[in-house]
Each structure stands twice: as C-alpha cells, then as structure tokens.
Design a protein around this ligand. Structure first.
Ligand SMILES: Cc1ncc(COP(=O)(O)O)c(C=O)c1O
Length: 369
C-alpha cells in the first residue's frame, strides 16, 4: 500500500463543503486584497494563540521573518544567532536585512543547543532567532533569560509550530516578535503562500504593517520606504476554515507520533526525537536518525512509502552560508553529522493506524533486519 508523506487532497475532501463556501463568498464579494476575511483571520489567530498577541497577515513566512527583523532596527552588521538546523528562510531573512548570521548547533531535540548558544554571544550579537523546529518549542524560557541578561532581542520563527506550546503557552507569544508560515504543507497551510507576524508590542506590529504596506498605514501615505507583502482575502478565508480544524489535526499528529514511539521503542539503532516535558509538540515532522539511511530510503521507496529529509544539508554547509562575509564562522558538529542520518517519516492527520504500523514495520525491517 502506498503511504503518503502528506495528503492535502484527502484533507481538502474532508472539509470540501466549508472550503467551497468560503471561497465562493470571497469571489462573490470581489474583495480580494485587504478584505474582511483578513481582519477576521487575524483576530481568530490571535485568539487561538491565547489572546496576548495581535496578528498581521503577510504574503509568506519568509517575508514575515524579513519584515519582523527589519522592524527591530538592529544595528547594521550586528550578529543574529540562528540555528544551523532550520530551513534557509531563517538565515536569509537575517542576511537580507544587512545583518550577519552566526549559526548555533542543535541539541537532541533538534532545536538550539543552549551551551553552544551562550558560548557564541559576543559584543556584536544583537538578537536570537529561535526556531521552533519540527513542531517542537525551542528552549524558549532559557533563551529569554539569556537574552534578557545580554540585552538581546528575540525573534521566534514558528513556521513549523502552529499550536506548539511551552509550559502551556503557545509559541509565538514569548519573544519580542514572532512569525508563522502558512505554506500549504504546514500544520496550518493555505492554498498558496501565506504568512503572519504576531507580537504583543503594538508599536512593533504597526511598524511591520507600514513596511508591508508600502511604508504607510493609509493609501498613498508613504512615511518610510516599504514594500508589498499581504495575506490575501482568499487565503485568509481558507485559513479561517482550516484553523477551526487545526487542534483536532494536531491531536491526530500527536497520536501518530505516539504510535511511532511505541513501535520503535525496542529498536536501538533508531534514534528517536527527544521531547522536552515542558513542550506540547505538534509534530510538523517526525524525524528519526539512522546510520544506514540510504539503504532504508531505497527499501521505503520499494514499499511505496514516502519520506523526506529536513534538511539534507545543514545551513552552514550550503554555499550561500559558508565562508561568506555575512556569516560568522563557527562550528556546528551535530548539525553537520546528523544531516547524513536524519529521515522524516510520513506525518499528518491523513495517516490511519494501519499505515503508521506499516511504516514502522518497514523501517524496522530495513534498519534492524
Ligand atoms: C522554519 C521555517 N522558517 C521559515 C519558512 C518560510 O516560510 P515560507 O515558505 O512561507 O516563506 C519555512 C518554510 O518552510 C520554515 O520551515
């Protein structure tokens, strides 16, 4: 039986009626940009995160990061600490703001290693970009403490962590400012690109709004040099429908992860992700580590089981981020070693128990013989 890594068609069919009504309402209204769905989604998303932040919709998660960082007005050429194990957008947004990146290694939960983080802070460091990777919160409480002590700003990248919590509080509500992606494959995904910036700080969020809306809050008022980055009304309407299902979908992801943990517990050759007690993980990805990855991938392919690699090349090893003037050289041994071992297994609410069991059997056959 073929097993999909992600099944957006199945998800659509489950909510087809709601989606089609939402789309047709927007098309009938002909309000495609900046309409009522965008403001309603912003309010509902803020509420979903616990009500302490406000939301600004933007065109995608990369823009969200770029604009959020710009709003902080960090000193030019200062250094932002970024995890070595994340998607390229996190580091791109720093460089595109005229800042320098210093990579921090990951720990066994795949988020920033705190000892490495602390050791890399210098006079030039201005901010920490904490990425809540694979659906799990970074060690955000300690990161905030370190940042406070060293007078650093904290940006949270929550692209992979919609509804993830640390000690019961949603990620995105801890730092100075936070960003989300609604890329279709995310836990909360649009039917195209979409993103959001959230913050408790209304001054910062207003600055982001100005940047994203051509430099002003009113039409033709260009107070600063801005740009265009908007969440459109159609995507917002779709996201409003999907937001109503997100908690149930995340519950199912947690059940799938539990089945993986149970299924692999007697197989020492498979290194399972470490999950912090304080973290409510929403399992955007379920990433294991194995030594004989190529053989396992070949076997899974034969069995029709899809998989992914997140990420095949750790950012410090990518040409864009190695030995460049905007990257502070530093070693990240875990991220470099683990890029050869990580394997992302099918994960999502689309999986039925039998499929998860089939994945477990196939991986165990390939790894343990
Ligand atoms: C950790 C992380 N940050 C940022 C982004 C960028 O989001 P987008 O694709 O919406 O621009 C992604 C998307 O994959 C991501 O995984």
């Amino acid at each position: 039986m073929a097993i999909k890594f992600l099944d957006l068609k199945k998800q659509y069919l489950d909510i087809k009626g709601e989606i089609e009504t939402a789309i047709s309402n927007v098309v009938e209204s002909s309000a495609f940009v900046g309409g009522s769905e965008v403001s309603a989604f912003g309010e509902e998303f803020s509420e979903f995160l616990g009500g302490s932040v406000r939301t600004l919709g933007v065109a995608n998660g990369t823009d969200a990061l770029e604009i959020a960082i710009e709003s902080l007005a960090l000193p030019k050429d200062s250094v932002v600490l970024v995890p070595a194990n994340t998607f390229a957008a996190s580091a791109e947004a720093v460089v595109r703001n005229g800042l320098r990146v210093q990579f921090v290694d990951c720990g066994a939960d795949y988020t920033m290693d705190l000892a490495d983080l602390e050791s890399k802070i210098t006079e030039q460091t201005s901010a920490i970009l904490a990425v809540h990777l694979y659906g799990q919160s970074a060690r955000i409480e300690e990161i905030l403490e370190i940042a406070k002590e060293k007078n650093l700003r904290v940006i949270e990248d929550c692209a992979q962590a919609h509804e993830a919590k640390f000690k019961g509080q949603c990620v995105g509500t801890f730092g100075d400012i936070a960003t989300f992606s609604f890329y279709p494959g995310k836990n909360l995904g649009a039917y195209g690109d979409g993103g959001a910036i959230v913050s408790r700080d209304s001054v910062l969020l207003r600055k982001c709004e100005e940047i994203a809306h051509h430099g002003g809050l009113k039409k033709y008022e260009h107070r600063i040099v801005g740009r265009n980055s908007r969440l459109d009304n159609l995507q917002a309407a779709i996201l409003r429908v999907k937001l109503r299902h997100l908690a149930a979908w995340n519950t199912r992801r947690r059940k799938v992860a539990k089945l993986y943990f149970e299924g692999f517990k007697d197989c020492d050759s498979i290194i399972l992700p470490e999950v912090k007690d304080s973290c409510f993980c929403v399992w955007h990805l379920f990433v294991i580590r194995i030594k004989n990855r190529d053989a396992v991938m070949t076997y899974l392919k034969q069995k029709g089981i899809e998989y992914g690699l997140h990420y095949p090349i750790a950012l410090p090893n990518c040409p864009a981020f190695s030995h460049q003037s905007y990257v502070v050289e530093s070693s990240t041994p875990n991220a470099s070693a683990w890029q050869e071992e990580i394997l992302s297994l099918p994960m999502g609410e689309h999986l039925i128990d039998e499929e998860v069991k089939e994945v477990i059997e196939a991986v165990k056959d390939a790894v343990c013989g």
